[in-house]
Design a protein around this ligand. Structure first.
Ligand code: SF4
Length: 212
């Protein structure tokens, strides 16, 4: 059994899978409290579902892409079996995780989007350094940039651990704290190798982001 907050069909807004119709499985519960969290409703709300029930909800949609997100999916041990079963059934599975829980036993067929929480995220120091050892070539590292200090810190972290050479690195602006334009200019000015990530789903489903 897994405690599930919601299962829904939408457009993937992040990572290399951006733009792809995807079923999202949002688990209940998170061990962190980031200042910019936009899924606080997932901290406690949800109901227990079997893998069969989850599979059935996913199969109602005509896509092979499934994204496990939260909350923090890795807080619940049965998620590991679910990921393996989904991969074996032919789904292209991605996992969005905060970086604070070990990814060692995540099925290697899963694309892991691994957050590294910055100093001004409200969850500084939560990154589990051993996750650097378990990252696969397909792993993508994500940093939500809240301030200039965060940007500099992320650059140092990536260079210190050779992330730019080995992995896709995504920088997202923290909504309301930095802008896409500011972050784009920083990336160019600083000769960063990070990829600017805009949260496409917010542009689609939150018209105020586009000023309409
Ligand atoms: S890790 Fe994600 S779900 Fe948890 S508090 Fe941070 S932004 Fe919210």
């Amino acid at each position: 059994m897994l405690k599930i907050n919601e299962i829904f069909y939408s457009i993937q807004g992040e990572s290399s899978y951006v733009g792809i119709p995807t079923v999202f499985v949002r688990t209940t519960g998170c061990n962190l409290r980031c200042t910019y969290c936009d899924t606080k409703y997932s901290y406690f709300e949800g109901n227990d579902q079997t893998n069969l029930e989850i599979f059935s909800a996913i199969a109602a949609h005509k896509t092979k892409y499934v994204c496990l997100t939260g909350g923090e999916p890795l807080l619940q041990k049965p998620i590991f079996t679910l990921m393996t079963e989904l991969c074996s059934a032919g789904y292209l599975v991605s996992l969005e995780t905060s970086g604070s829980k070990s990814i060692e036993y995540v099925d290697p067929r899963v694309k892991v989007i691994l957050d590294v929480k910055t100093p001004d995220s409200g969850a500084a120091g939560s990154f589990l350094t051993e996750n650097l050892l378990f990252a696969q070539p397909s792993t993508e590292f994500k940093f939500v940039i809240c301030t200039e200090n965060d940007f500099d810190w992320a650059e140092d972290f990536c260079r210190q651990h050779d992330l730019f050479e080995k992995f896709v690195v995504l920088y997202s602006p923290s909504y309301g704290q930095t802008t896409e334009r500011w972050l784009a200019e920083k990336i160019l000015q600083q000769n960063s190798s990070a990829r600017l990530q805009l949260q496409l789903h917010k542009y689609i489903w939150s018209p105020e982001k586009r000023g309409v």
